[in-house]
Design a protein around this ligand. Sequence first.
Ligand code: DP6
Length: 364
Amino acid sequence: MTEKDFLPKHTEALPESGKVAWKAPSNIALVKYWGKKENQIPANPSISFTLDACATRTTLSFQKKETTSKFSFDLYLDGKPKADFKPKIEVFFDRIAEYVPFVKEYHFVIETSNSFPHSSGIASSASGMSALALCLMDLERQMQPNMDPSFFMRKASFLARLGSGSACRSLEGDLVVWGKHESIEGSSNLFGLKYPFKVHDNFKHYHDTILLVDKGEKQVSSTVGHNLMHGHPFAKERFKQAYQNLTSLQAILKSGDLAEFVKVVESEALTLHAMMMSSNPYFILMKPNTLEIINKIWSFRKETQMPVCFTLDAGANVHVLYPESIKESVIQFVQDELVAHCDNGHYICDRIGTGAKKLIIPKK
Ligand code: DP6
């Protein structure tokens, strides 16, 4: 598929007004997206687990307006106006207007809330952009009632990507690939693809306990971070490595080899941070407590031989990943040894989820 496949088709009349709502999950990358080209095209393919508990709920109310020259919308987070999110949404609308021209025909009220606390250091852009893209596609579907369900998801992912790259992996469960990879048929730089192969039972119901080490604002925005890969001395090798790691991971997901899974996932996390440490300007986004936690996970794994591992996003929080079979022991370990390194002892117990859901709006 190409961009052209997502251009508007002949539609029935636009509805005058209405309201739709969607809940979309967050995701955690196993092979990381770090570095992009123009138009939100990733420099390498990535793969993520879709999460369950960490999610955004968005209600989109729409009302036809007179003039169509500008975008018009109000934005609320947890019921309060959120002016500082508006520029990001403005950019998003601007990027998607070619594909969903009706966005200029309406005044929108976007009401959004996250299941995780705003100041948790967990980025809401993936789940937030995904939920909004799904709401917009729901509106488009009202004008094209015969829309194929797989096209609905694909275009929603395509739009979400234009809002935030990793958001295109936040629609379906339980594993999603984004970016062209020769051995994954149907994979694309334009949208996320539900992982098309059979996955070993070891990876069913995987857990992600998110340790909130630093709940402050992000030190480096992801847009700035991705840009630092332009002209980065190790960029070319890194993109090649990510591609190869996705190849390795395919064999691992099939065989259920947890020891190899741990190696790939931890190496990806540390390489992501190594890229930030070696860019110009350079950043250290880990905190002392991030390292304490990593070292304790390594000791625990050595002592118990249990396949628990960590991954990191572009921040200090640690995602502890482990299979269902060892969940009691790991939760105990988290409580006994890791919680002490979390900001105010805060952590979130999450697990692999099944993807976004349409929400029913109660009739008044
Ligand atoms: C480190 O998707 O937030 O989480 O496309 O600029 O919005 P933009 O970037 P974003 O980058 C996420 C980077 C990451 C790794 C990943 O999720 O693959």
